[in-house]
Each structure stands twice: as C-alpha cells, then as structure tokens.
Design a protein around this ligand. Structure first.
Ligand code: MEV
Length: 433
C-alpha cells in the first residue's frame, strides 16, 4: 500500500505533480505533459485559478456553450451553460426556439428568504430558556450589527430569529432558526458570520443568566430554502403546439401531461425527470459562478417536501390551453464569491445583462423548464436516443481520433443511418481500410 504523505499542501505545484508522477505514473513524462498542457499561458490567470482551491495541480476543462433565443418576460436572453453532456445545450436551444414562436417563457420570483440555524443543546427548564430567549433576542441582532450594517444599508439583513424546540425529536436539542434577506448575494458567508456571532452571544449570555447548561453544537446556513422560490411557465393554445414532430397537438398535449403525471406519482421516474431539469439548471448555475451542490441539495429536498419524492414540473390542459410550469427554490448570487473573480463567470453574467439575483433565479428556472420540456417532447414523440446518439457521434469520432475529413463523411453517413456505438466503429474501420 502507498505510504501516506504529510505536508502535501505545503509543496509547490511542481512538487505536487512530481509526487503524483512518482507515486502513480511510474515517472512517466507523458503524464506530466498531459497535466501541464492544461496550464494557462497567462500566469496571472493561472494563479487566480490555482488559488480557488487547495492543492490545485492543473485546470479541468468543461465546455461553456450558449443557448440563444430565450424569451423570458419579453426580454431575449442568450443563456450560458457549462456542461459536459452532449445533448443538453442543443435541447435547451431547441426548446427556446420552440417557445419563442409561442410567446416565450414567463417567470416570477415568489419569495427571497434565506435560512440559517444555530443548533444547540440545553439541559435546563424549557420555560427558563424561552424567557431567556425573549430577553436576549434583540442583543443577538445588535451584537451582529458590525456584520449586518452594510447589508442593511442596501436593504437586506436579518429578518427574524426564532427559538425552535426540537426536544421531541432529540433530547435537549433546540435551535435558533434565523431568516435573512441577502439581496444579490447568495449570502453564505454573510449568514454563517451572523450565525457564529449569534452563537457567541447566546453562549456568553446563557453563562451569565441561565441555570442549565447550554452547549453550542454548530452554526450553519441551510441549503433548504423553500421560501426562496421561483416559478417559470409556458402556455399556449393546444393547436399552437403543432410543429414537425407534433402533427397532432391534441394527442401530444395529452401524452405530455401523462408523462408529467407519471413523474408526479412515481419516484423512480420523478428522479430521472428532475435530473433532466437539473441538466439545465446546473449548467447555468455553474456558468454563473454559483454553487450547484447547494442548489441540487435544496431542489431535491423541495421535491420531497410533502413526504414523497415527486416531479418539480406540472402540466395542465384547461379550456383548450396547455400550461407547463416549474416551481423551485434557488439561492443564487450575482455579486460576491466567484461572480467577481472568475473571468468567464463575469463574461456569462454580462451576456445575461448583469442580472440581479432575482433575474438570475428566473433565468435558471426557465433553463430547467426548457430542458424538461425538450426531454419530454422527445421522449413522448421520437424517443430520446435519436437526438442523443447524433450528439454522441462526435464523442465516438473523437475517441477514434477521426480526422476532419473522416468526421465530415461520417456525419453525412449517419444523417441517414442509425447511430449506435458499433455502427460508428464499423463505419470508421471500413473507411480506414
Ligand atoms: C438525460 O440526461 C436526461 C433525461 O433522462 C431526462 C428525462 O428522462 O426526462 C433525458
């Protein structure tokens, strides 16, 4: 077994690569070349990226694509998407174009409340704690004022702090459940700093005036933000759904609605259905420098808020009108964090017209809805593989290091032949004979 290494983080980048080569690659210089060829020649830019995380050895590319023609609340957007899955951007672009011709997307932010909690235990009398909290609450807020004053000046800050009794679920467990308005910031640092200050005040004041033992367990924001909600929708008359893949719009609408209903009642399908939504959401969240893990965790928790995992989108057909919508929690920022550091994030945000956090919530929700529309449209009409394999063709060709001329010929060939991995391999081999 490989020996553990100590002090790895103190090594220089070159020393780290040396250690990796020696330990795992038999000092193979071609592996060094592989890793170092991803360095940016602009040293300042490279340093910026190196310092985003600890122990950086190189850059890991993801394609940044764009999906144009998104009409959202009467404004046209070109949406940036960072994603590796071959069909996602194409599907988004198709859905954008389809709905552009049918009035576009509508989106609204329903609420913007973020949440953080101080988790603590208290072994004394419940009543004493309740009284203590009533007296200490204003001090919790005032002690945090050095942290909150700038946010307050801009119109945000702490909205409220509640004491929550959780002792029925866990012995002696209570929490300060705090709500925040963080405006255009995602707010993680702001919220966590406030919470740590609340915890300090709580502990100090409890030592002075509470009999029972109060112990702080931890202070952290919650990524479950059911009151930071956005809704996106599309609607049109059933007959207007018609296009080349939808010769019978009435039958299509019914089948589409049925597909959504299946995801509403069947968790196995709901997970895949929502995964498709997240294809669109994560790609925009990542391209705009936001935390896609936080978004994923919060969105999936929301999908099970009523005790059973279900679809995030819904569909109705009323009075000859088709309506398809999505409602999700999204805690996003357009200032601070990576948004002001990563040059491509700045580029992406500028492309979106320097959106506020609210605008970005709408754009991201629309990207999710569009993605789900595209997936369900394919699944209920032509099937998904036709489009997927066409996109996958290029990946297979690249695996075989096809030349530009081979690519052109094979793309032409597969316009009329079914793409399967073996069919592509066979066609390349035949061509190369
Ligand atoms: C693939 O990444 C996403 C889909 O599976 C989504 C869906 O099934 O709705 C196509």
């Amino acid at each position: 077994m490989q020996n553990a290494i100590s002090g790895f983080s103190k090594l220089s980048k070159t020393q780290k690569i040396d250690w990796l080569l020696e330990t795992y690659f038999n000092n193979d210089e071609s592996s060094r070349k592989l890793v170092t060829q991803y360095f940016n020649s602009d040293e300042k830019l490279q340093k910026l990226h190196d310092e985003f995380i600890e122990n950086t050895i190189t850059n890991f590319y993801l394609p940044l694509g764009v999906a144009p023609n998104f009409l959202i609340n009467e404004t046209l957007y070109t949406i940036p998407m960072a994603i590796e899955e071959s069909s996602v951007v194409a599907a988004a672009s198709k859905a954008a174009k389809y709905w552009l011709e049918r009035g576009g997307f509508k989106a609204e932010v329903i609420s913007m409340v973020k949440i953080g909690q101080v988790h603590f235990t208290y072994a004394g009398k419940k009543e004493d704690l309740l009284n203590f909290f009533t007296t200490v609450k204003s001090q919790l807020i005032s002690d945090a004022s050095p942290i909150t004053k700038n946010m307050e000046r801009r119109g945000g800050g702490i909205l409220d702090i509640e004491l929550r009794d959780k002792t029925e679920e866990l012995d002696h467990y209570y929490q300060l459940h705090a709500t925040f308005e963080t405006l255009d910031a995602m707010g993680a640092n702001f919220i966590n700093s406030c919470l740590e200050q609340f915890a300090e005040t709580l502990k100090l004041e409890a030592e002075k005036s509470l009999e029972g033992q109060l112990d702080i367990i931890m202070s952290i924001l919650s990524n479950y933000v059911p009151d930071c909600l956005v809704r996106a929708e599309v609607r049109c008359k059933i007959e207007d759904l018609k296009d080349k893949d939808i010769p019978n719009p009435g039958a299509f609408a019914e089948k589409f609605k049925q597909a959504v209903s299946i995801a509403e009642v069947e968790p196995h399908r709901a997970v895949t259905h929502n995964k498709g939504i997240m294809n669109g959401i994560d790609a925009v969240v990542l391209a705009t420098g936001n935390d896609f893990r936080a978004v994923e965790a919060g969105v999936h928790a929301y999908a099970s808020k009523d005790g059973k995992y279900t679809s995030l989108t819904h569909c109705s057909i009323d009075n000859g009108e088709f309506c398809f919508w999505l409602e999700i929690p999204l805690a996003l920022g357009t200032v601070g964090g990576l948004t002001s550091l990563h040059p491509l994030v700045k580029f992406a945000l500028q492309m979106l017209g320097k959106p506020s956090a609210k605008d970005l919530m709408k754009i991201v929700a629309v990207a999710g809805l569009a993605q789900n529309f595209a997936a369900l449209k394919s699944l209920t009409t032509t099937g998904i593989q036709q489009g997927h394999m066409k996109m996958h063709l290029m990946n297979i060709l690249n695996q075989f290091e096809a030349t530009e001329s081979e690519k052109t010929q094979l793309v032409e060939h597969f316009k009329i032949n079914t793409v399967t991995h073996s069919a592509v391999v066979e066609a390349i081999s035949k061509m190369r004979k």
